[in-house]
Design a binder for this molecule. Structure first.
Ligand code: IP8
Length: 269
């Protein structure tokens, strides 16, 4: 009996976050190889990737996360509508890098870009997930954070990959776990009792525990680790395992997807 997992590759893991539209090809290849191991070991993967420097920088510049704002057009280098198109194209470009990495590992994958099938933002966004559910065994269905159309008066907004994974993990039958692969951190870190205290990784996290929620608000239009934890608890509440691991080290992502013991943080319902 095959298992099914939902896997999120963070944008800060697969791109250089501070350098506009710079992909980390070696990281992508390492992550793609681990999906290949999962498939070979009977675990089917639904993959969602974040935006990193292909989405957040330009979306922030044109305030796309705030919806239509006539004042945002006045001094901008382009209108918000032009920026919506530009960010969508940049996300398609990042997705093409992801698909190439999967293809290099002989993985068959199909992308469903949210601006073509989803509407509105947050974990309660609208959109039919049937195509994800109908994927044949061993085929990786892929989606990503995107700029989507929204109801008036917003007109458009940012749908984070962290929102997509909530619906994918809880509404697609048979999903056993949700894994967040992150860059530069081993999981969720304890809120230090004093500043300058060394980072302490929390192997497990309950809703009431305090943790360090570092978030580059000056760069990101979505929510950093705080959003992942919040969305993760929505998923554990439905009886699905949730793990946050470092996507740069060893084969932690594959191990987490296959339900093996792994360094990282497990959310407790
Ligand atoms: O990186 C954000 O997706 P995320 C999408 O998964 C855009 O939060 C276009 C900034």
């Amino acid at each position: 009996m095959r298992e099914r997992v939902v896997l999120k590759w963070g944008g800060g893991l697969i791109t250089e976050k501070h350098a506009l539209k710079t992909v980390r090809t070696e990281v992508l290849d390492h992550l793609a190889e681990q999906i290949e191991s999962c498939i070979q070991n009977g675990v089917d993967v639904i993959l969602v990737h974040g935006a990193g420097s292909f989405g957040h920088l330009r979306a922030k510049e044109h305030r796309l996360h705030e919806g239509k704002l006539p004042e945002a057009d006045i001094n901008g280098s382009m209108t918000q509508e032009e920026a919506v198109e530009a960010v969508r194209n940049d996300m398609l470009e990042l997705n093409a890098h992801v698909m190439q990495a999967l293809t290099r590992c002989d993985i068959s994958a199909v992308t469903l870009s949210p601006h073509q099938w989803a509407r509105n933002t947050g974990a309660g966004f609208d959109g039919d997930l049937a195509l994800f559910e109908q994927a044949p065994q061993g085929i990786v269905m892929v989606s990503h954070g995107d700029v989507v159309d929204c109801d008036e008066p917003r007109r458009f907004g940012i749908l984070s990959g962290d929102d997509l994974v909530v619906r994918l993990a809880t509404e697609i039958p048979g999903v056993k776990r949700l894994v967040f692969a992150m860059g530069g951190v081993d999981g969720v870190l304890a809120d230090p009792p004093q500043p300058n205290v060394e980072d302490v990784l929390l192997p497990t996290l309950r809703k009431t525990d305090l943790f360090t929620g570092e978030h580059a608000v000056e760069m990101d239009v979505t929510g950093g680790i705080g959003l992942k934890v919040e969305r993760g608890f929505q998923v554990t509440a439905r009886g699905i395992e949730v793990l946050l691991v470092n996507g740069e080290k060893d084969r932690r992502v594959a191990d987490a997807c296959m339900g093996k013991e792994v360094v990282g943080t497990r959310l407790l319902a």
